[in-house]
Design a protein around this ligand. Structure first.
Ligand code: PLP
Length: 469
């Protein structure tokens, strides 16, 4: 199977190259040349099947056979062995027709582990087959950094350097990055904001000499393997609730459009999805886009659901490409307009978007109300990201008998200050993280300066040491 760029000006690549490349060279995102489909019998067989086995069935078609099925099976088994629930992503019923899909049972208590744990194994395998090393550099506002460090700690082929804004991530989030002891993972505190960190990472990718010297690779949410891995839990939850016999609705807390795009992919692969709902906080670019037919960037507002505090939804480009019938020149024009004017009109794609999705945004007051009401009605404690989805479900779904699955993207203990402000109680960390708050931290602090950032990455990573001999 080959992958093509949404902007139509980069060479098609195979699965393994796409995993290492991340962004296409023309600035676009890679999508499979054709969508694989799963038969109704296959989907029905997922009911009761171990999560890792479903992952193999879902991901294998995307590899184009480049990875043997049994190798994929051992990678998936290893990736999900560390989750603290045997179902990996269990469903919890909180109402007559309403379920929470808990995606936070991995090592860093947020849904990014589901994809990152798999991606870690996959990258090691691809690099080993080629005799290469890679250096992963990423910026994080909280969740991605910890998930990447957890996924690659101890990797024989990959070094990881994560830049985070000094003093602007929660204690739990910082400690998840700074306490792993393996010497191939590095947490770098930058005297600056998240945007500064992201700009530094972008500048490193644009410095081609540096990029080649350290074999730079990316693991942000535009990496195709992350999307593919996330498709799995839509099938797992769907089959558990009666698909393909009946359709299911999903409500997804959305930032970069990665998680919800995985739901769209599940639908294209044959999962009967009734409604696919985009849930946001007050950073509501996607609900506004759906309702107004125009994508317009605004300032980011800090909320109690920080992982959704974004103003650019990178993966949305993949959806636009699909909705336009894969019209790469049109996508280039829209992205040019976005760069020049910070906005673009959806035009005829607006109607397609309204057919494929529903959307709603939750205010901070809505989030508080939803957390307290859900706890009172069902005893379930939702984190603020999940609460945005509960609000969106109430606003967009009818009680018509279709099962409603609300994706829960974080454990409430990951955001203890926000939860304490809302409920008066500090949720306890799961026992397996007992040592986290007292473990020794290892942090390198740098100025917001590209020379300093490149210098520290070159000093720390093995890809460089090896070339120096
Ligand atoms: C990253 C993240 C999101 C947003 O996911 P996208 O794939 O970017 O839409 C939502 N909730 C939490 C807790 C996250 O870490």
């Amino acid at each position: 199977m080959n992958y093509i760029s949404t902007r139509g000006e980069a060479p098609p690549l195979g699965f393994e190259d796409v995993v290492l490349a991340g962004l296409a060279r023309d600035g676009g995102l890679y999508v499979p040349q054709a969508w694989p489909t799963l038969s109704p019998e296959t989907i029905a067989s997922f009911a009761g099947m171990p999560f890792a086995d479903v992952a193999v069935e879902v991901i294998y078609p995307f590899t184009g056979g480049s990875i043997p099925r049994d190798e994929l099976r051992s990678m998936a088994a290893e990736a999900y062995a560390g989750f603290d629930d045997p179902a990996v992503t269990p469903l919890v019923q909180i109402g007559p027709n309403r379920y929470i899909l808990e995606l936070f049972h991995g090592p860093t208590l947020a849904f990014k582990d589901v994809a990152m744990q798999f991606l870690g194994r996959l990258m090691d395998r691809v690099l080993a087959a080629r005799g290469q090393r890679a250096t992963i550099v990423g910026a994080t506002s909280g969740d991605t950094g910890g998930a990447a460090i957890e996924a690659f700690r101890g990797s024989p082929r990959v070094d990881v350097a994560i830049l985070f804004p000094e003093g602007r991530v929660s204690d739990v989030q910082r400690r998840m990055m700074t306490t792993p002891t393996e010497d191939n993972v590095h947490a770098i505190s930058v005297r600056g904001t998240f945007d500064d960190c992201q700009a530094l990472v972008k500048a490193m990718f644009n410095d081609h000499g540096f990029r080649d010297r350290v074999s730079l690779a990316g693991v942000n949410s535009i990496n195709w393997a992350r999307i593919a891995a996330q498709v799995t839990y839509y099938f797992v939850a769907g089959a558990a609730l009666g698909a393909p016999r009946r359709a299911i609705s999903f409500v997804v807390p959305t930032g970069n459009f990665g998680d919800i795009f995985a739901g769209y992919v599940a639908k294209r692969m044959g999962l009967p999805i009734d409604k696919l709902v985009i849930a946001s906080n007050v950073n509501d670019i996607l609900p506004r886009t759906l309702h107004d037919g125009a994508y317009e960037m605004r300032e980011v507002v800090a909320t109690s659901s920080p992982s959704m505090d974004i103003q650019i939804s990178s993966n949305f480009e993949r959806y636009l490409f699909e909705a336009s019938g894969r019209d790469a020149p049109l996508i280039r024009a829209k992205m040019r307009a976005l760069k020049e004017t910070n906005s673009f009109d959806l035009g005829s794609l607006g109607e397609a978007m309204r057919n494929d999705f529903a959307a709603a945004a939750a205010s901070e007051a809505d989030v508080v109300e939803a957390i307290l009401r859900t706890r009172a009605q069902s005893g379930y404690l939702a984190d603020p990201h999940t609460a945005c989805a509960i609000v969106a479900a109430d606003r967009t779904l009818d009680d018509n008998g279709t099962p409603q699955v609300i994706l829960s993207t974080a454990h409430p203990a990951k955001f203890p200050d926000a939860m304490q402000a809302i409920t008066g109680e500090r949720p306890a960390l799961p026992a397996r993280l007992d040592g986290l708050l007292s473990a020794k931290e290892r942090i390198t602090t740098i100025d917001n300066d590209i020379g300093a950032a490149e210098g520290i990455v070159e000093k720390l990573t093995r890809a460089v040491l090896e070339q120096r001999g």
